[in-house]
Ligand binder design. Structure first.
Ligand SMILES: Nc1nc2c(ncn2[C@@H]2O[C@H](COP(=O)(O)OP(=O)(O)OP(=O)(O)O)[C@@H](O)[C@H]2O)c(=O)[nH]1
Ligand SMILES: [Mg+2]
Length: 325
């Protein structure tokens, strides 16, 4: 991409939509020269970031994440917040399935001037998609979006990745808890800063209240992620827009806890350090796989191992020696 860095920095800081789009496209690019420009851009933007509320939202497919984000986001823009919606969906490139954060699922925010929606990049590994989303978060914060909502699907590693890039992690559930409760992974409860039972409407209200009680009981038996915070369990209807204000109140309350204890800055600093090492490891792995020396040697070593002539540890030593050289 032919690229005017100064103009881009200025454009993003002025929240110019065109520049915002260009900056995010640059950040999403995997071309080596684009990566150089993107890194430089991010360095310039960094001092203008950190002011946003960062909230992750997870839940099984169809629980209503996008509908909820549309409703909550609209509630927030009506209160003069500026809301960016990002997504992490590493499966979308493989399955060709739904790309999270699809604008058609957020019809109100999609036409809201105070909102910016970026669907999940559909390329590559979890590491790649996570990198893009984190860096896009930097861009939108520099552009003055003061609420960043990150949607991710509640299966596998992506929710751990998202929990580690936000301040508040919200787990969405369905009413009819009996079955749900058995299916819920304990690990997800441990990540949750709040549980939200969605679709408490159309005759589901009683089931939703029962689910709320059951999840409260389940949470009481789970070690809290933060000793100063008991994750609340709330019932909402994303479609009818009920319960959204209570959800946001809880997010605000949690920020007061984090700010009063000084934890917010520490947590974000820790996230940055973990992120740096994750990137170092990712890049080392990429380089290892791309090394022609390693590739040709690996073939030979694999044959020797198959023939029982070489132990895996010795083969690993040889590969690393070839890589170091
Ligand atoms: N009754 C009812 N239906 C809802 C509610 N929220 C979402 N839905 C419906 O549930 C379906 C899935 O909603 P989405 O918002 O796309 O769910 P999602 O969790 O984002 O789904 P994926 O992105 O595919 O993982 C849609 O048909 C919505 O209309 C709600 O509060 N009440
Ligand atoms: Mg969705």
């Amino acid at each position: 991409m032919d690229f005017d860095l100064d103009a881009c920095v200025e454009g993003v800081l002025a929240a110019d939509r065109t520049w915002l789009g260009r900056a995010v496209t640059l950040v999403e690019s995997t071309r080596p020269d684009d990566r150089v420009s993107a890194t430089e851009l991010l360095n310039w933007l960094l001092p203008h970031t950190g002011g946003a509320r960062r909230v992750g939202i997870t839940g099984v497919p169809g629980v209503g994440k996008s509908t909820f984000i549309d409703a909550l986001g609209t509630y927030l823009t009506s209160q003069d917040h500026r809301v960016a919606v990002l997504a992490v969906d590493p499966s979308s490139s493989v399955s060709g399935g739904s790309i999270l954060g699809d604008k058609t699922r957020m019809p109100n925010l999609a036409i809201d001037d105070a909102a910016y929606i970026r669907p999940s990049p559909s390329s590559g590994s979890l590491g790649g998609v996570t990198r893009t989303t984190r860096e896009t978060m930097t861009v939108v914060e520099a552009a003055g979006f003061d609420v960043v909502l990150v949607e991710t699907v509640g299966v596998g590693q992506s929710e751990i990745a998202v929990a580690d890039m936000v301040d508040f992690f919200l787990v969405m559930m369905l009413p009819g808890a009996g079955d749900e409760l058995q299916g819920i992974k304990k690990g997800v409860l441990e990540l949750a800063d709040a549980l939200v039972v969605n679709k408490a409407d159309g005759g589901n209200e009683i089931a939703a209240q029962r689910a709320v009680r059951d999840y409260r009981a389940a949470l009481a038996m789970t070690a809290p992620a933060n000793p100063n915070w008991v994750p609340p369990v709330l019932a909402v209807s994303a479609i009818e827009g009920t319960g959204l204000d209570q959800v946001w109140e809880q997010v605000q309350a949690y920020y007061r806890v984090l700010t009063d204890s000084g934890e917010l800055a520490d947590r974000r600093a820790d996230q940055q350090v973990r992120w740096m090492w994750a990137m170092v490891e990712d890049r080392l792995r990429d380089r290892l796989r791309a090394s022609p020396e390693v590739a040709s040697l690996a073939n030979l070593l694999e044959q020797q191992m198959a023939a029982g002539q070489l132990a895996p540890a010795a083969a690993a030593d040889q590969i690393l020696t070839a890589f170091d050289e």
